[in-house]
Design a protein around this ligand. Structure first.
Ligand code: GLN
Length: 564
């Protein structure tokens, strides 16, 4: 194994969902501040090949990369190819913090590793051998990591392992990390363990015991952490730091606080305050390079962005009618895109997630919002309530942005209300609808398998001049990311639809697929996009589409307060 790249492995302890992705991104950020060329790999130990078929309630949002990767489980064979662009939501966090476009091959799942191993065995790649987790699966993991490190000529590759230490499925990955540490020269690897430090109200103290157990578990896998990052409500107390240092066998300075923050983008700065960047570079024997002035990876520029987030005072209230609200991460890229757009206009967002059930009173729920964002989604549940929300927006002229499913449902609402098409629907929801105003894409008609089979990834969009969308982007050609099977059926956009104000504001480059619609009303900003502009929104560069929507929401709010 040879590489010039150094590795930072990030593992989790005590509990999942404590923001390991934000920690990994912040570590990446402080390395970028020092001028290093870095990237991130996320390991997901589940057996799914990719998270595309997972319900967002199960695992949070599914992020979409620009690139679509042809994953060949058997290297060099074209026999079976899986298209991967649907990846773990942590990639959204990485891209937002680091300003890099990450290739989908950076999301390694157990599903991919086992699939590759078994299919390679059937191809005779291990003839004469007993195929085993060690060395065959672990070798495959190591090869994947080395390939990324070398192909992308990286200084440092951060590798975040999903889940928590002790999960049965993550064992093979920890074992691969152990081997990498053994095989590479000293100073080529650093291990960062991120754990939860609970606070006991009864004793009035932060408690270290769960972390002690988790570090022991890591040590029994042959891994000694170099740095411990403690996630807690308040900064770590002095005594707890000393205790963690003693029991985890690491210096006091290597125990780092990760308390609740106003904005996640503050974490890299907090790490710098604790001298984590220098400490990490010391472990890896790296001297900081000269950093060029850049909005993305310059410390003082980042500081300004964080200020922007902290200084926004007035709120703008956005309602999000939808259905995957059992966990807060189901629409994380949308929430962030709204935030980015708002803070750049001096506002912070108040998001009202409306979990639509049968008896939800839509009008009541929407009555005090400044804008409505109709969420993406799949399947029948909550659909009628979402359609009603779009209708309500049209009636009350509330600024409205429909994303993907949200755009399709907006079109259904329009057809029912203005074209009199009673029972109009998407064939996804009602295959027998008399008016299939949203229907399967032609390219999807012969698709039988699920998983990586939708229209995916970053694609070119041609915008019609004079539209709201054009005013937002100020360009005729853009690239945004897609994930859908169904689309707005152009058959239903004839004279009558146009008379009632419906405008096709963009199409794909063939001119056949409708990529967005809107209503041409002077006094109402209402747009539906088949694409997902939220995936390209960054804290330092908000999405053009979300910014235009936010501008309309802020104006709506101001007008409302004038009339009261
Ligand atoms: N279910 C719809 C489709 O497949 C919308 C998907 C989405 O919102 N991402 O077209």
């Amino acid at each position: 194994m040879s590489t010039r790249c150094k590795f930072v492995f990030i593992t989790g302890g005590v509990m999942s969902g404590i923001g390991k992705g934000v920690v990994t991104s912040s570590l990446g950020k402080i390395l970028q501040f020092r001028g290093f060329n870095i990237s991130v790999v996320k390991i997901d130990p589940y057996l799914n090949v990719d998270p595309g078929t997972l319900n967002p309630i199960e695992h949070g949002e599914c992020f979409i990369t620009h690139h679509v990767w042809d994953f060949k489980p058997v290297a060099g064979s074209d026999e079976r190819i899986y298209r991967i662009s649907e990846i773990d939501q942590d990639f959204g966090t990485y891209e937002r913090f680091l300003g890099i476009e990450i290739h989908p091959s950076h999301n390694i799942t157990s599903g991919q590793i086992y699939l590759s191993t078994i299919l390679s065995e059937r191809k005779g790649k291990f003839l004469g051998r007993t195929v085993q987790i060690i060395p065959h699966c672990t070798n495959m993991i190591k090869e994947r990591l080395m390939q990324i490190a070398n192909d992308e000529d990286l200084d440092i590759l951060l590798v975040e392992c999903g889940g928590t230490v002790g999960d049965l499925e993550s064992d093979i990955f920890l074992e691969a990390f152990r081997q990498i540490r053994l095989e590479l020269p000293k100073n080529y690897t650093a291990f960062v363990h991120v754990t939860l430090i609970p606070y006991s109200r009864a004793v009035g103290q932060q408690k270290s015991k769960p972390t002690q157990h988790s570090v022991k578990m890591l040590q029994s896998a042959g891994l000694q952490p170099d740095i411990l990052i403690g996630r807690s409500e308040k900064p770590l107390e002095k005594e707890i730091k000393a205790k963690l240092s003693l029991f985890s066998n690491i210096p006091n300075t290597a125990v780092i606080s990760n308390p609740d923050l106003e904005s996640v983008y503050e974490l890299p700065l907090l790490f710098e305050d604790q001298k984590l960047g220098d400490f990490l570079c010391n472990i890896l024997d790296l001297k900081a390079k000269l950093v060029s002035y850049s909005k993305v990876n310059n410390y003082s520029e980042w500081l300004k962005i964080v200020e922007l987030f902290k200084n926004a005072k007035e709120t703008v209230k956005i309602a999000m009618p939808g259905k995957y609200f059992n966990i807060s991460d189901s629409y994380i890229s949308i929430n962030d895109a709204l935030k980015h757009a708002a803070v750049h206009q001096g506002y912070k967002t108040e998001l009202k997630m409306i979990n639509i059930v049968e008896d939800t009173n839509i009008e009541e729920e929407l009555k005090d919002c400044d804008g409505i964002l109709l969420t993406p989604g799949f399947g029948e549940r909550a659909v009628e309530g979402m359609i009603k929300s779009a209708e309500h927006a049209m009636e009350k002229k509330i600024p409205f942005l429909g994303i993907c499913f949200g755009a399709q449902l907006f079109f259904i609402a329009f057809c029912r209300k203005y074209l009199g098409l009673k029972g109009a629907n998407s064939t996804e929801i009602d295959p027998n609808t008399p008016y299939p105003v949203v229907d399967l894409l032609d390219s999807q008609k012969d698709v039988k398998e699920k998983g990586g089979t939708m229209r995916l990834g970053g694609l070119k969009i041609i915008i019609e001049e004079g539209t709201q969308l054009f005013k937002a982007y100020k360009k005729k050609e853009i690239v945004e990311r897609f994930r859908h099977r169904y689309h707005i059926n152009s058959k239903y956009i004839k004279e009558e639809a146009k008379i009632n104000g419906l405008v096709i504001s963009s199409r794909d480059k063939s001119g056949i697929i409708i990529n967005s619609i809107e209503l041409n009303r002077e006094d109402h900003w209402i747009v539906g996009t088949q694409f997902h502009p939220e995936f390209k929104s960054r804290p330092y560069r908000p999405s053009e589409c979300y910014s235009a929507f936010m501008r309309a929401c802020i104006n709506f709010k101001k007008d409302k307060s004038k009339t009261i």
